[in-house]
Design a protein around this ligand. Sequence first.
Ligand SMILES: Nc1ncnc2c1ncn2[C@@H]1O[C@H](COP(=O)(O)OP(=O)(O)OP(=O)(O)O)[C@@H](O)[C@H]1O
Ligand SMILES: [Mg+2]
Length: 457
Amino acid sequence: MHGISAPGSGAGDRPTPLQPHCHRQSFALLFCFAVFAKRTQGLQYDKCLRGRRNLVAAERRTALGLEAPARPRLIGRRYPPLVPVHPVTPGRIPQPPHQDAMRRIAANASSQLAVLNLSVAYGEQTIVQNVSFALETGGIGCLLGPSGCGKTTLLRAIAGFEPASRGEIRLHGAQVSGPGYTLAPEQRRIGMVFQDFALFPHLNVSRNIAFGLNGLSGIERRRRVGELLELVELTGAARQYPHELSGGMQQRVALARAMAPRPQILLLDEPFSSMDAELREQVARDVRDLLKREGITAILVTHDQLEAFAMADVIGVIGTGRLHQWGSSFSLYQEPADRFVADFIGQGVLLPATVHDEMSVSTELGRVVGERPHGLAPGTLAEVLIRPDNLVYDESSPSRATLVERGFRGAKFLYTLRLPSGTEVLCLVPSHHRDAIGEEIRVRLQADQLVVFPMGG
Ligand SMILES: Nc1ncnc2c1ncn2[C@@H]1O[C@H](COP(=O)(O)OP(=O)(O)OP(=O)(O)O)[C@@H](O)[C@H]1O
Ligand SMILES: [Mg+2]
């Protein structure tokens, strides 16, 4: 049989195939459904993208002091519900138990910014854990750490975009964040410079800078823009558009725009990351001079230590949400508080050692004496930090090492040397030395500052 005859078709008993007809209908239905589904999905995707873009734009406008922060309508999983905003009432909420040092920081009225035992969480996940530091007026601080450690989250909490789940943030002694308590970002007088500068492409340099100067008269606004153009040395580029400027010039426009409303604190989230390494350090130094000239307190976020050294007075090293050390670049390098900082800052190797006495340790490269007591008992198994400049090329030394790798560093070579135990150490050697890979050389250990950690501690 081929099929069933259609009634009234006049075909009599001639069978009409039903299957192709059914298929046509099903295909048509399926096609309509697919088009509808695709369109709905597309619309939802567009809506989602628009929402995300709007949210980012709104946060940027807020950071420029133009409007209140985005409302929860746009807040997705990544953006927890906003905490009700109350006027600042210092000490209104119960204070978390502070460590002594933190009490001293809080009591110090000259601190422009004090972050006290601060924790910030996204849902169940705590990203920033019990972080405390303070910054003096006019100081430049830097949050330095590997990608994903929570630097931006901490910066966003300071700006008021993320609530504190524990601890608090104080500006000039007034609490602006605490558990269940967040002062709105636009009330904090905080300026932000974003990683991609976020300049308005359709506005020239002057108009970009004037963007956040809402409350001023035309004359005042022009005067302030003129001041800033002079400050960032862009007077000649006032009428140019962002696409006509170099990366460094765009960066200075972004900075001038953030500085225009005279913020209490300027927050800079990896503002030099789109520049190449050499320019980055130079621009970081220029920006530092500029901030110092204006007496602006600032916090820079970066994962580049050279940038941090070039710009900051004080640096906080962060690892997985925890602040390991807050100090000068010198102290981070010479007196790292723990293994994480020792490993993250500068180059170096932890060499197994045995404590000899309160000032010295013994290693396979001989005994090394520091200038200050290291605090470990004689006989303790330990590790001592050996920086490349702690090893000296010395043909009269009894310690031998094999050259494994040689890196050109301008006036010096960075040698990777293998010790008889198999441990590899780094050594800076003047570039007139021409040792071949695999050759054995003699080195001497020399350190003024001993950085010793108990083994496995
Ligand atoms: N809104 C959010 N919701 C949930 N998790 C988030 C949110 N923002 C960041 N995270 C997570 O928090 C962690 C820290 O992110 P954060 O952006 O603070 O790191 P970062 O140190 O600034 O990193 P990078 O150097 O790459 O910018 C990451 O694991 C990230 O996935
Ligand atoms: Mg970040």
